[in-house]
Design a binder for this molecule. Sequence first.
Ligand code: GLA
Length: 744
Amino acid sequence: MSIIFHESTKVFHLYNKHVSYIMDVLPNGQISQIYYGRKLRDRSDFAHLQDSTCRPCSSWPLPELPNFSLEFTRQDYPGFGTTDFRQPAYEVLQANGSHITDFRYTGHRIYAGKPELPGLPHAYVEQDSEADTLEIDLKDQLTGVEMTLLYTIYNRLNAIARSVRFVNRGAETVKLDRAMSMSVDFPDHNFEWMQFSGAWARERAPKVRPLEMGVTAVESMRGCSSAHQNPFVILKRPETTEGSGEAYGFTFVYSGNFLAMAEVDTYDVTRFSMGINPREFSWKLSPGAEFQAPEVLLTYGNTGLNGLSQTLHTLLRTRVARGPWRDKARPVLLNNWEATGMEFTEEDVLKIARKGAEVGVELFVLDDGWFGKRTEFSGLGDWYADTAKLPGGVKGLADKINALGMKFGIWIEPEMVNEDSDLYRAHPEYALCTPDRRKSLGRNQLVLDFSNPEVVDCIYDQLVKSFDGADISYIKWDMNRSITECYSSHWPADQQGEVYHRYILGVYSLYEKLLAKYPDLLFESCASGGSRFDAGMLYYAPQAWCSDDTDAAERVRIQYGSSYGYPVCSWGAHVSVCPNQQLGRVTPLETRANVAYFGAFGYEMDLNALSDKEIEQVKGQVAFMKAHRELFQFGTFYRIRDPFANDKAAWMVVSQDQREAIVGLYQLMNNVNNGYTQLPLQGLDPKLDYQVDGNEVYGGDELMHYGLMPQDTSSHPMMGLFSPDRKPDITGDYDSHLYHLIAK
Ligand code: GLA
């Protein structure tokens, strides 16, 4: 059991080989935060680590303890208004208008395993022996509201899952105005805050800044986790690098509005909290009702950012993602979106698919345009096949694709509706909008009210009707606009604050229903590219379209940024045409593939437009990916050289047994007569010798401690580890090279 409770001191110590998380019960009955970090030996009392010396001008909640103020006490799930002036984790609005509560410890449970969070995505265990759970109960006597703090610590992963549950056991209705999923107080502010920000087509770029007194935050109010800020934050020590040092990760297993916030107070204490964005959130808790907040995964490591990312990759890939595709290498796919847009005939599609079959593609995906009277302005909401395009319906095309020896996949955008659709004409009340006010359009569409189960059922029924009988292996689930005018005609006035969250619960419920009906389906989530790329989605869809930006050079940055929090197999990555459709850049076909191999690989183009020579190249790429995809998708991934800071970028994957590795080197911009590029590799066995690209053999120690020295046009041919007569590995702009290392 990796959770100890010391009865005499009321100390809770959660630990595994690497990490300790320590709390106790404060004099006022609340839960303190004593320590979270590198493993400490257990002892019965850790109170000496909590410096709660009262300072001048303080207030105190207990008359008998004028030295005890919450303002100076580190807490684990703080409230507001009873001497703590910092950001609270929760607020309970009562009938008399007050937010003041007094939650006191009433008991706890410790047990092996991890509970399910009904209706919500969450990390799980396969055996109860993998993790232990602590549930701490607190109660506010006056309202009768109970709060349970949930902590699960994994034994083999440096990960703690946290969430909270509120139950109203009182006689009066209250409202939760804030219910963050977790909060933790660190005793210092010697941290750099690392967030992953961007916009459409430039998602998840790392941004780092030191924490200073005051509030540092990222959030989404778009109804989805968003491309703008990702619900994943790292707090790292300033000296932490990719290869060494402490870092804490916070991953929200949730896909809607969120807030992640660090508040450094004037005594340098850092309070980090994460949860559903309290803006526009309030949840009515009638007597007997319960609210379960979504989960946050806390990861910790002292081996640098690569180590932290690897913990997250394993955790999200094997204990958040589920289903038969979790551990399976992903099919090489071909998607028709960039080839045809919405305008196509079945024959156009089959022509592309035939070429796909010829090069070895395993899965053909029909994107947007196959349903209703679909145009840019119409059709969303009508999930029946447009027989002008698909005369035999979905099944007709699926059969033809299957006959070519490929699996069939299809695109849907189930959360949306166009005003010009049969669904909207029949049910305008199915769209989210404020009564008697203007409705804002995005991409010419409205958002369906997924907080209303009837709407979810209606979409489900339509999809099943269209899909039944067809052999569908994959669904790309898109979501192409942010929510505005978030008002549901299904809910009364005093529950409108629940609609954003209920919407996401509706999205999750449709995923569950479709997975229950088609358990072997591979889902790829998508939201205008990577606008809803989060751990919550990975619970249902083990891969996500990383970005609509398919330019290889841009993708190096986007995938590099994504790698901090998300595993390689979760990034949908496709080779597309040149000039690139998003920014007109021309990159070599080889580089486009060299980038996309690190991901759920595919093509997004009309392969018929390629020359015979290029087709031969593509055949080689598909065969190469099929031969190495386990290594790419499930190997240990290391960031080697940062594309945000260098003209050359590199990353690598190493097999579990360390006998094989592939290093990707990407030249974003060529330079003349530049300094040597040294790539100190990671994760190899220093005792083994590795043959590089079937040529020279080097020690794992040399490759890691001296580094791989790529031969480029500007380095002196006599320098480096390579023989002088070798051809350069990389030459011009956007050139790239994959180094294949095999232990001898
Ligand atoms: C979004 C997706 C694209 C494509 C289009 C279809 O932009 O990100 O991949 O599916 O929608 O409309």
